[in-house]
Write a protein that binds this ligand. Structure first.
Ligand SMILES: *[C@@H]1O[C@H](CO)[C@@H](O)[C@H](O)[C@H]1NC(C)=O
Ligand SMILES: *[C@@H]1O[C@H](CO)[C@@H](O)[C@H](O)[C@H]1NC(C)=O
Ligand SMILES: *[C@@H]1O[C@H](CO)[C@@H](O)[C@H](O)[C@H]1NC(C)=O
Ligand SMILES: *[C@@H]1O[C@H](CO)[C@@H](O)[C@H](O)[C@H]1NC(C)=O
Ligand SMILES: *[C@@H]1O[C@H](CO)[C@@H](O)[C@H](O)[C@H]1NC(C)=O
Ligand SMILES: *[C@@H]1O[C@H](CO)[C@@H](O)[C@H](O)[C@H]1NC(C)=O
Length: 708
């Protein structure tokens, strides 16, 4: 039944519901001026609210995007607590560890000591954020649908009940957290369904544009155009839920690099439209419409014989160009990418002030914020091997994107298929105490096309150079670290100050094993590396877990090892510009350590965890050794705690089952989006049908909570 067939009664009901909806969410007093204000504030998915780029940088609320979210509970203000050692099940410290236990003061009044290192503060804040995340989760279908409606202003899509059961049976941890899907699909509501179908059906036809299309008809994948290993893996995931899916064409990016950059102003217009079309009819049909027109006619083998409508996707080729020239168009006008904000002011938006540890990981990966400062420091940003982009909003599914892209994310195939280069294997993942106090990284020279005069600005090359002791001492490189302040014998708290002249070469030699295994992607050939790098032996993924610290950086695109790093008992440190499906479930400083894309914080991080130097009482001036002034106690337990939290969390929310649940939900939402009756299909009940299921009184058995 389509909108045109509506009888009068239904139209009245419909109008009444729109009015009711409007009143609920805008209040009666809402004037048209108010509405304009609301609309002009609509943030772009994955972007910041315009106000977030204004100084001073009070911690931005990462959830602030959905205007309809009612009564957001204020973030709890973290109160300082004693250094978190006490709450840990401790593993014995290695012999040579510097003793960080504070001696009991001789007074009868116990004095509390606080370790005021900014990292301790960041970890506490992340814990508070995580507790809030963990406590707001729906536990029943009733709550889940209610939350859906209040958050998104629409009914859940058809099949939501099946998806809910599917997710519960797989022990999904947070049934509500599919924010990325909603963000990604939101602007598409501004396009009509037939336009999306037309584009999706034919996007594969010019193979130069690097798109595969998977065609689902009658609950089967009946054809894949331009297939690749990526589409094969995606097919395997789709199989799990295909019996619930309507006919659809799914275009998938075949390239490593993301595709779409819709200019910010156009995106605002699309989002405004989406907002205005939110609707909840009192009663909708819980099934997809059959026989939609404009899906690809798969009986026609030869595309030349298919005379159906085409729309141009306006792809253009832009490899090896400054990506920020394109990307800035997708940024809000007041963001650093489009204003002339200084580096210092930009840093204040997302770095803590003492050394510049990443305070807001979301912003540290946001090109509108960091783009201007890293545009010459990341291979994809100035020397990408392939960029095929469009400024039109067209449906294309991709594994990763940067903050300005409008691709529809799905869980990377690498995380699903079993590939020993990327799959977690516990064979050599020894316990923390048996790991080496070491930082490891291995990889090839990917990231962009390398020339003799540009390679040293690429992200991987910079990392390797920054940990090459020989190179560091030859060049006299100095970096920033924090050192404990000498506050005299009566000091109560441990405080720190910046030391900008730390010479890291010996520390790097002792505590890192970072290097390339082989060259690739150089023009005309890689001989210019002969005098710069020596190739290190390959180290299998599981052998890398013998080191405590695992650094993860981008390659040509996102890094496929990240899930395995998190699953391991080692601690992952991550720098990236890419966004992935799992981002809203991973919290920096709770599950991993964020690293700035400039790496200006990396020695501050490692000296904090590993420790450096002698306590100030024993400071001796060792002549020319400027490092002798530096002392930071070892914080091995904090590192271990983060590593353990990351591992436990990854085992709850980054499982193959979680990928299946994500994909199912994504394709249900997409299926509704491409349905001509999309405003009149979905789930309009109150959720009570699954009361028994939720109470475990169903034949199907009780679902377990993921991890309580
Ligand atoms: C859908 O959008 C296309 C392109 O914007 C337009 O040509 C077409 O008329 C629209 N169709 C309907 C049914 O609104
Ligand atoms: C930024 O600076 C350039 C050169 O000084 C100037 O041309 C441009 O108008 C400025 N842009 C903004 C947004 O202030
Ligand atoms: C130590 O730090 C705590 C927490 O920040 C603070 O409340 C206390 O006043 C500090 N004590 C001293 C002596 O500075
Ligand atoms: C690599 O390129 C350099 C510079 O163009 C050239 O001199 C050299 O012969 C090339 N080496 C090989 C193995 O092709
Ligand atoms: C480290 O740098 C030196 C000198 O710059 C170079 O000879 C050596 O090959 C580099 N080592 C690695 C592992 O790249
Ligand atoms: C990053 O911030 C934006 C804007 O506030 C938000 O939409 C997005 O969900 C955030 N991403 C994560 C991973 O928190």
């Amino acid at each position: 039944m389509g909108p045109i067939e509506l009888n009068k009664r239904r139209i009245i009901l419909l109008l009444a519901s729109i009015l009711a909806f409007y009143i609920v969410f805008h209040g009666l007093s809402s004037s048209s001026g108010d509405f304009r204000d609301v609309a002009s504030q609509i943030p772009i998915p994955g972007h910041l609210n315009p106000t977030e780029h204004k100084l001073p940088p009070s911690a931005p609320d990462p959830d602030a995007i959905w205007d309809l979210e009612l009564d957001p509970s204020p973030a709890p203000t973290p109160t300082p607590v004693p250094a978190p050692e006490s709450e840990l099940e401790l593993e014995p410290e290695p012999e040579n560890a510097i003793d960080t236990e504070k001696p009991i003061p001789p007074t009868s009044q116990p004095v509390e000591h606080f370790d005021l290192h900014p990292i301790a503060q960041l970890m506490q804040e992340a814990d508070a954020e995580w507790r809030a995340y963990e406590t707001q989760i729906s536990t029943t279908f009733r709550q889940t649908v209610e939350k859906y409606r209040s958050k998104y202003g629409r009914h859940p899509p058809p099949g939501f009940k099946d998806w809910y059961k599917f997710a519960r049976k797989r022990n999904v941890f947070n049934i509500d957290d599919f924010q990325q899907i909603m963000d990604d699909l939101r602007p598409f509501w501004a396009l009509n369904a037939s336009e999306i179908r037309i584009r999706a059906a034919h996007m594969w036809e010019n193979p130069d544009f690097g798109v595969s299309v998977i065609h689902i008809r009658n609950h089967k994948v009946v054809r894949v155009d331009n297939p690749s290993w990526r589409s094969e893996t995606m097919e395997k995931v789709i199989e799990k839920c295909i019996k619930f899916l309507p006919d659809m064409d799914i275009p998938m990016n075949r390239l490593d690099q993301p595709r779409l950059i819709v200019p910010w102003e156009d995106m605002q217009e699309l989002l405004r439209k989406e907002y205005q079309t939110r609707i909840m009819a009192p009663e909708v049909t819980d099934s997809f419409t059959k026989n939609q027109p404009e899906l690809l006619d798969i009986n026609i083998e030869d595309k030349e014989l298919d005379h159906s409508t085409r729309l141009s996707d306006d792809w253009f080729f832009a490899p090896g160009q400054q990506y920020m020239n394109l990307a800035a168009k997708g940024c809000p006008p007041e963001s650093p990418a489009r204003s002339n904000m200084t580096v210092a002011d930009t840093d204040m938006l997302y770095k803590e002030p003492t050394l510049g540890f990443v305070k807001n990981f979301n912003l540290s990966t946001d090109l509108c914020t960091v783009g201007p400062t890293i545009q010459d420091l990341h291979g994809m940003l100035y020397s990408a091997s392939s960029i095929i982009a469009s400024q039109k909003l067209v449906p294309i599914f991709g594994e990763c994107k940067v903050s300005v892209n409008n691709d529809i994310l799905f869980p990377a195939n690498m995380y699903y298929q079993h590939d020993e280069r990327y799959d977690y294997d516990d064979e050599e993942d020894v316990d923390w105490r048996d790991k080496q106090d070491n930082t490891i990284w291995r990889g090839v020279t990917s990231g962009g096309v390398q020339l003799e005069d540009n390679w040293d600005r690429m992200h991987r090359q910079r990392l390797v150079q920054l940990f090459n002791g020989t190179h560091l001492s030859e060049t006299g490189k100095e970096v920033k670290v924090l050192t404990e302040k000498d506050d005299g014998p009566g000091k109560v708290n441990t405080t720190y100050e910046l030391y900008g002249r730390f010479q890291p070469s010996q520390f790097a030699d002792r505590h890192s094993d970072i290097g390339f295994t082989e060259p690739m992607s150089c023009l005309p050939n890689c001989s210019f590396y002969d005098s710069v790098f020596s190739w290190k032996p390959q180290v299998s993924l599981t052998s890398q877990f013998k080191s405590r610290y695992l650094i993860d950086v981008d390659g040509h695109s996102f890094s496929g090892r990240w899930h395995a790093f998190l699953q391991s008992k080692s601690l992952g440190l991550k720098a990236t510009i890419f966004r992935e499906w799992h981002d809203s479930r991973l919290l920096a400083w709770r599950h991993f350590v964020p690293v700035d894309n400039r790496y200006d914080d990396i020695y501050g991080l490692l000296t904090y965890f590993i420790g450096y130097g002698k306590p100030y009482k024993q400071h001796v001036d060792e002549g020319g050794d400027s490092n002798s002034r530096v002392f930071v106690a070892r914080h091995d337990r904090e590192a271990q705690k983060l590593a353990r939290q990351g591992r436990e969390w990854a085992n709850k929310v980054l499982r193959r089952e979680d990928i299946e649940v994500y994909m199912f939900r994504l394709l249900l939402e997409y299926g509704r989006l491409i349905d001509d009756n999309r405003d009149f299909i979905g789930y309009s009940g109150d959720g009570s049908e699954l009361d028994k299921f939720d109470a475990g009184e169903d034949d199907e058995g009780r679902w377990g909570f993921g991890g309580w």
